[in-house]
Ligand binder design. Structure first.
Ligand code: GLN
Length: 441
């Protein structure tokens, strides 16, 4: 296969949609396929900023394992995709760099935090993009941009070379307009890597067909939906029934507590991870060396971290402080256990838990600017539970709103049961009429 793409075209497309922060210098037309990767995955000699100004100028000397494995498979890394700073967001508007535009309507967001990855997957032909999910950052943008997206089981893909957000939550996965790419490329990236011990204790991913027979729809997962999402989801349930899948409504009370617990756990972990960015080792380092060291550190952190990163450092430092940690951090860990138990209970009788991915379609940038931080945290209530449980989950396109914007639904399977999701995506693709965005460049 040869790659049918020129640098001029790549640049022109990027000028319109801003999916890439950094791009390859030339196109490798002999490569087997093209891919892109979220900009929190290190890529040798290609700037890696994780959406943050503090990392401008950082050129890693090594590839993340996920990127290395994609290259070994014959992939050509076209670019590094724009994202919310360190993954902190739901719309990619918290980027310190460029904000990607939704290919179905450039006045709207791509979702986040892997927004640039969803955008690239929707726009380029035969393209696959690596995303990272901590609390929903693969499924949310996949849903907003009308592509397939999957986060595998926590530990399935090595995190070596990932710029961590929350180490107990981060998962690397795939976004693509083609269902079959989920199976293909998660198999490429998965497996043991001595550089990430979490990846070394997993059962092997055997490539098998495993068809879905029954899904459980939690009643708590269909509350608070927009009219468009509700009707697309109900139509999709009818399609699933026609495909011979049993649909049953269940109670999953822990869903209501997952979102607040997540924001405690994720910010606690993030606040320690961000401690390393002080203007000494990575990225920005031109500072006033006559300052005392803590003043030197603060000067960088004040200038280059965005508001959301600062908010999360404050919140996460507070929730794990002596005197407060039992009330917040330890409590959130208990909630996490209850969520896992709830999934195990339901998945003992069903192949997957199913709900819409996001409660609304991709919002307009001017509406996002009116949202508070809490409004945007709340938008994640459907994607977060599977992320704190570490269960594999996948968003598939399931309809379009009256605004023409894509709508997705999210399947959550049991730990290590990716095959049931792969097969579901492939079966669904045969039934669903996917609309690709019109790209007239
Ligand atoms: N929106 C969530 C957050 O801001 C999830 C982001 C993610 O998965 N990186 O934390």
């Amino acid at each position: 296969m040869s790659i049918d793409m020129t640098m001029e075209r790549m640049r022109a497309i990027n000028d319109r949609y801003l999916m890439f922060h950094a791009m390859a210098e030339s196109v490798d037309t002999d490569a087997g396929f093209t891919f892109s990767a979220k900009d929190n995955l290190t890529s040798k000699d290609m700037e890696t900023c994780a959406g943050s100004k503090i990392l401008i100028g950082y050129k890693p000397v090594f590839d993340a394992t996920s990127i290395a494995r994609m290259r070994e498979e014959g992939g050509f890394l076209m670019g590094k995709t724009n994202m919310d700073e360190f993954g902190f967001g739901t719309f990619s508007t918290n980027s310190g760099l460029e904000v990607p535009r939704n290919p179905h309507d450039v006045e709207r967001a791509c979702g986040g935090s892997s927004g640039g990855s969803a955008c690239a997957a929707a726009v380029f032909e035969d393209h696959v993009s690596l995303g990272v999910s901590t609390g929903g950052s693969i499924c949310c943008p996949a849903s907003f941009c009308g592509v397939y997206g999957m986060a595998p089981t926590y530990g399935r893909v090595s995190r070596y070379g990932l710029i961590d957000y929350g180490n107990s939550l981060d998962k690397i996965g795939i976004l693509s307009a083609k269902a079959g790419d989920l199976r293909r490329y998660i198999n490429v990236m998965a497996g043991k890597d001595p550089k990430d011990p979490t990846s070394c204790v997993q059962p092997e991913l055997k490539n098998e067909e495993r068809s879905m027979k029954s899904v459980a729809v939690p009643k708590e997962g269909i509350e608070g939906l927009s009219k468009d999402v509700e009707s697309a989801f109900n139509n999709a349930l009818e399609d699933l029934k026609r495909m011979g899948i049993d649909v049953e409504y269940v109670d999953m009370p822990s869903l209501r507590f997952a979102m607040p617990a997540y924001y405690v756990l994720a910010t606690s972990e993030a606040s320690t991870n961000l401690a390393r960015y002080v203007g000494m080792r990575y990225g920005q380092q031109e500072g006033d060396l006559s300052l005392k060291f803590d003043d030197y550190f603060s000067s960088f952190r004040s200038e280059y971290f965005g508001d959301e990163a600062k908010r999360r450092i404050l919140l996460g430092t507070y929730t794990r402080m002596a005197g407060f940690r039992d009330r917040y951090y330890a409590k959130a860990l208990q909630v996490r256990k209850v969520v896992i138990d709830d999934y195990k209970r339901i998945l003992a009788d069903h192949d997957a838990v199913l709900a819409p991915t996001m409660p609304f379609t991709a919002p307009r940038f001017d509406d996002i600017s009116k949202m508070s931080a809490l409004d945007s945290y709340k938008a994640d209530y459907l994607t977060i539970p599977a992320n704190i449980a570490g269960t594999p989950h996948m968003s598939v396109p399931c309809g379009y709103g009256s605004d023409g914007m894509p709508i997705g639904m999210q399947f959550v399977a049991d730990h290590w049961d990716e095959n049931v999701l792969f097969t579901m995506a492939e079966d669904w693709e045969k039934e669903f009429d996917l609309r690709r965005p019109e790209v007239t460049i």
